[in-house]
Structures are given as structure tokens and as C-alpha cells.
Design a binder for this molecule. Sequence first.
Ligand code: MG
Length: 391
Amino acid sequence: MSKAPETAIHVLIPAAGCGVRSGAGRPKQYLALAGKTVLRHTLEKFIQIQGVKSIRVIIDPAHADMYAQSVAGLDLPPPVPGAATRKQSVYNGLAALGEADENDIVLIHDAARPFVSAEAIHALLDAMQTAEAATLAAPIPDTLVHADYSAIDRNEVRAIQTPQAFRLNVLKRAHEAFKGDDSFTDDAGLVAAQGHKIFFVDGPRDNFKITTAEDIRMAERLFTAQMQTRTGFGYDVHAFDPAPADKIRLGGVDIPHGRKLLGHSDADVILHALTDALLGTIGEGDIGQLFPPSDMQWKNADSALFLAEAVRRVQACGGRIIHADITVIAEEPKIGPHRLGIQARIADLLGLPVNCIGIKATTSEGLGFTGRREGIVAQAVATVSLPNLSS
Ligand code: MG
């Protein structure tokens, strides 16, 4: 790709800070935005870069639980314990690269810069074909002045970003040389102080570091712009069992009734239609494919399990369920008295407020199989917000 193939790339993500300036109640790297934590968004950018040999995240051991939830399912080595300052934390990360070659490239990247692009990372790695040290740095378009309004030539200044890239030996020597000096706020500063030239690669302005509450709002808007809304439809029919019964399962609720529906599972026609609607939003087939009636383990199963699996799959795609709307077509039982109970149960299963769940019922005026009281139809529409999967 963009570098000599024999050069291994190691990524260090210092994430041990507590991010007090954001006022968000938890460290900003563990804030959930668009369905994932800021840290996970950041990590996923580096996981896809070819040539990356290792990614080490440096964390505050007190955040171990938040970290574990944040990176669940990602193939990463154990986190490195951080220290009192960012600089000392990076030093711990370098120590954890013990086996790495001196000429390997190490990238240092802020956990709270989730909008870094693969293009920017590749541009930085391209620069490292000839440089010992390079950083993303954004030109500043605004007019810059001192407080007395004397001018600062904006062509002479840059807003320093990350990632910053170094030959491992160069960065290690700089850290050793300035051990105990905590006046540096970034690694390129240390290396520059050792007399090395830092190569600047233009960084995109949206590669900003989430620091303040305003940054969080800006990040939410950017993530939202990367989301798409999808709608899925589900339809199901179950016939009434001719044998007498004392209750029928509809929408996850047992309703006292003299007849129940026939089916391999609990025959909950509402939850089946809703499960299909959710699967439709992510193009993952239908309930019959995932839970075949031929499989004995689903005999008399609670259909809430099927719905939970569809919810899990939507979430695994980074999706968030927004709304579900359901119409039941039945002459019996009367849904009206149970509407609020079904609404509350489905809201609970989807993790949504009740006003995000529509439950409507109608008869078919005596027409057709529903009109002849041979069975019940349920239709469902689900709306989800998803990362742009097509891009
Ligand atoms: Mg069914």
C-alpha cells in the first residue's frame, strides 16, 4: 500500500483521561454517539488500515468495565494501564511494544478524534516513507491575532492534530530524554525538542478532538449526517387451533381467550411480523430462515426470543431502532382492552418509550379468512437509524 511492506505499524491510543471539560458525566472516549462509543469509532478507523500490526489502547484501570463494553467483539490485545499524564501513558504504551523493531512506525492517536479518515492516515504513512516524524496539522482559515490585535501570520501556524507518526527509536529516545518533564502536550513536541524535523501533513478540519460539550454536539451532528433511515415491513398469519384453550399469546402478552393460534413456537403473530420488519431493515432474511420450524429447539418457544435476536442484529450493525407500527387484523379476540399492555411489552422488548410503538387493530368486516375467524393477520413496519452501510 502506501509504505514499504516490511515496515510494521503499531498504533497507540492514549485513552486514560477522564475528560472533565466535556461535562458529560463520563469520560468522553466512552460516550456513546451513533450507537458506539467514541473510542470504538476511533479504533474501527485504525483496524481497517492495512499494515497495522498492533493496536494498544492505554486506559485508566478504573475504566476497565467501560473499556471492555466499548471494545466487545474487537480483536485487540489487553489494554495497557495508563499513568497520571498523557505523556507518561504514551510511555507505558511504548514499553508495551517491547518486541517491536526500532525502525517500525508508531502512530499515536487521541481516543477522542473519531473522525480521522483512512485517507488522512494513509497520507501520513506516505510521508513516513522519507520522514522520521510527521503529524497531521490543519491550516487555520480564520484571521489570527494576539489579544492586543497585533497580527499572527496564519500561514506560519498550524493546529496540530493526531495521528502523529514516528520511527519507534526516534520517539523512544525523545521520551527517555524528557522523562519527568510534563510540559509537553503532544509527542511531536518532544521529538521536535530533540532537534528532529516534524513533517506536516494537512489534516482535515473535521478531525477535531472532542473536548467540550459543544464538541459533543458537533460530533453528534456529524455522526447523524453519516446515518441513514431505513424502514422494514413484516407480515404474518397464524390459524386458530380448533382445540379449546384458555389464553392466546399476542404481542408478548397472554390474553384470556377460548382459542389460541397454531404454530411451532408460541404462534405470536404480532411479534413474528415485527421480527420480520426489523430483519428487513438490515437485509438479514426472515424469521423462518433464522428459526426454522423444523428445528425442535424452537418448539413452543417464546417469540420474544426471536424479536430479541432481531434487535441484537440491528444493534450489531450499529443501528438504533426508532419506531414500530403494528396493525392486527382479527375478529377475535378484541385487542382494544389489551392494547396498552401489548404496547408496553413491545416498548420494553425494543427498549423504546411507549409512544414509539403503534398498536392498531381492525376487523376485516367478516370478509375472507380473518372474517371467517379462521386466523389472525399482523402487519408491522419498523424504522431504524443505521450507519451508511451502502458506502
Ligand atoms: Mg409466524
